[in-house]
Ligand binder design. Sequence first.
Ligand SMILES: Nc1nc2c(c(=O)[nH]1)N[C@H]1C(S)=C(S)[C@@H](COP(=O)(O)OP(=O)(O)OC[C@H]3O[C@@H](n4cnc5c(=O)[nH]c(N)nc54)[C@H](O)[C@@H]3O)O[C@H]1N2
Ligand SMILES: Nc1nc2c(c(=O)[nH]1)N[C@H]1C(S)=C(S)[C@@H](COP(=O)(O)OP(=O)(O)OC[C@H]3O[C@@H](n4cnc5c(=O)[nH]c(N)nc54)[C@H](O)[C@@H]3O)O[C@H]1N2
Ligand SMILES: [Mo]
Length: 789
Amino acid sequence: MTNVEAATPPGADRSPAGVALGIVPEGRQGGYGPLTDRPWSMAAPYHHPAAGWGAAKSVGEILLRQRQPVGGTKSMFVMNHPVRGFDCPGCAWPDDKGVALDICENGIKHVTWEMTAKRVDAAFFAAHTVAELAGWTDFALEDQGRLTEPMVYDPETDTYVPISWDAAFALIGEELRALDHPDQAAFYTSGRLSNEASFLYQLMAREFGTNNLPDCSNMCHEASGRALKASIATGKGTADLEDWESCDALFVIGVNAASNAPRMLTSLAEAVRRGAQVVHVNPLVEAGATRTIVPHEFVDMALFRATDTSTDNLQVRPGGDLALIRGMAKVVFEAAQSDPSVLDHEFLRAYTNGADAYRALVEATPWADLVRQSGLAEAEIRRAAQIYLRAERTVISWCLGVSQHEHGVDTVREIVNLLMLRGNIGRPGTGPSPVRGHSNVQGNRTCGIDHDPAEAWLARLDEVCGIRSPRTHGLDTVHTIAAMSSGAVRVFIGMGGNFVRAAPDPVMTAEGMRRCALTVHVSTKLNRSHLVHGQRALILPCLGRTERDEQASGRQGISSEDAMSSVQLSIGVRRPASPHLRSEPAIIAGIARATLPASATPWDEYVADYDRIRDVMAQVLPGFEGFNELVRRPYGFRIPQPARERDFRTPSGRAEFSHAPLPDVIPEDADVLVLQTMRSHDQWNTTIYSNDDRYRGVKNIRELVLMNRKDMKDRGLAEGDRVDIVATSRDGTERSLHGFRALSYDMPRGSAAGYMPEMNVLIGAKDYSTQSDQPLMKSIRVRIAPSTR
Ligand SMILES: Nc1nc2c(c(=O)[nH]1)N[C@H]1C(S)=C(S)[C@@H](COP(=O)(O)OP(=O)(O)OC[C@H]3O[C@@H](n4cnc5c(=O)[nH]c(N)nc54)[C@H](O)[C@@H]3O)O[C@H]1N2
Ligand SMILES: Nc1nc2c(c(=O)[nH]1)N[C@H]1C(S)=C(S)[C@@H](COP(=O)(O)OP(=O)(O)OC[C@H]3O[C@@H](n4cnc5c(=O)[nH]c(N)nc54)[C@H](O)[C@@H]3O)O[C@H]1N2
Ligand SMILES: [Mo]
């Protein structure tokens, strides 16, 4: 299917605010990606194996565009190197210890994007007003290159103009100290921030007097954290890479591995090779769920030798995962009637609570309900259960396809229930294994980025650091948006990220930002959030993960924690993009000194030598004793986790079965589809590299909606027809997109899919889970009809 764009371009509903701020641009082929008039096309989905030469070619194109062909290649060889490299700033997948060159296509793209030779300097800002920049695509903004010096918004000229670091810090200090209450400020974190900077950031916020620490984790794995805490008293998965390498069954639920955790393909291929069962659960059969060329195996790449990455694929209905898991548990209990040994009675008796009530609940749930709610046939559920029953050791992993739903917490807890039935926790080759997103999103939490911290944690922080942390709960992402909108939050500080683009209800978020007295963004690249500013506004440019960080005591390294709780040192190797850049710890310390003149915290000492930050962290964070020594070992260290040793520190001292009712995930009105927003292969969250989505066969278009062929036919839609998409929010308000192209895809009836962040305008501010407060980014209720414009 291929076509050239017609006259009326696609777009969203145009509220005046949205238009002025560039939040809802009128029609651009390419969505928020590069502008183009090249024809778009949709081939049959990719039939070549994932990774391999298509990936190599795609990397080459990015290297060229960022004018980095040589440096880019060299950097690949120090990335994820155990002793002298920097940790890939991409995803949180752990480094494979057995692999000399553990890299992937998207990690390389990501690093290259940071290393670009292009610069956004004072001359650039002088030449473009903010109103003009608001009309640019998000791609074009980031594509200008790296920010080079601190800038302040000048309302007279509607431009950003240079400001010294000291004056910038003084301005922030002045605004923060002028607030009536510290809770009128919010301190956002994007998950790339290092452990050391995270620790300083939360220390500053708490010393200042607020727990308002919203973070990107509120949009990705909040549900997983809450569920695992309730079930097994840890916010993290217990499985690590060795468990992945020794399990007999691996379930991969709601993850697009080939695009979002490409190095996982290596583990999947390896598992299939050694005879393990690998079952993907996803409404879409994603490229990485079938075959791959293992990313680092260049000989295989040259010979185009592919390896299978799955033994089974289950096309569950959106939100139907809990029903599937419960169905599998039902089969386990059935089997236990004739062979009691299928249950791990000893584990259940010694370590858990509530197994009998769970059994009663599962047995009382009729197959008809499980089949209807999962969207799978009873035979398919039984097949998955047989795989689980035959496996001695099982790992279950998941990502946003599970967490970004209303019932995310219940679903993750149901996963733990199923694992517990056969003692698949705290034993080699087993365990729950959430696939985390940003490279250090898990470490942010460990180091205190948490709007709702535990009392024990705060008490320890206070004792070691000599401060008095506030005890009132802080604001998370969705509540920060509401608070900016109502005027309750007046200062927004973003440590990385692109809040207005990543958040739900971007128009409301943008209007909230505009109401603020001050907005501050610590960033590497220009993005939309810089253009949607408060009365006063600063852009503070920082060093990236790949760059050398020199402080008074010499070259500094920072650490990060991967999705499997391993903490490693990362040392930047490149010359900084500009001599004026400061490190994130230095910027935080600068803000802290200006805001807290009487602070007894030795901010300057911390910045001079990050070992001093780690010394304090070693005293505050459980499992970090000897941090400075541990982190310098090759591959760092794994944070001890009681649950991994079957020490479940819940109030009862036992792992808790949950007893959630089976949720009804099917819209009452047959005309309503459940729309999920996902990433293309060529983007990193709000950073869009191109308009292609190679593995899904999509070229040169982002304003699309994927649908089941029959759902299209019912609505009188032919392939590539333009449609209007109307979403109804929980509060009854409607939001719409128009002119998007409908394209058929192999997916369950009643479901639809399109890209974030173009589709974020469909998510209302009230559309978040009551269980996790996560925006419902995979569960938007929409009507789709032929476009009327
Ligand atoms: N290259 C690249 N890598 C990334 C990112 C990136 O943008 N680009 N982002 C990073 C971040 S922050 C994160 S959080 C992760 C995100 O990693 P993913 O969770 O893989 O991200 P999505 O693209 O949102 O894809 C969600 C997947 O869940 C499936 N899904 C949707 N609804 C359901 C459902 O109801 N049930 C099931 N079983 N599946 C469902 C979708 O079809 C899709 O395959 O990736 C990280 N890695
Ligand atoms: N509809 C919908 N919306 C979603 C999602 C979805 O699935 N659907 N996913 C959600 C998820 S999982 C996440 S994690 C969020 C992502 O939300 P964010 O983390 O807020 O967004 P990013 O796009 O990752 O941030 C990109 C910006 O980070 C800055 N940056 C890059 N590197 C660095 C660095 O080293 N230091 C600093 N200080 N800044 C840096 C650059 O300026 C860049 O423009 O989006 C969420 N939004
Ligand atoms: Mo994420």
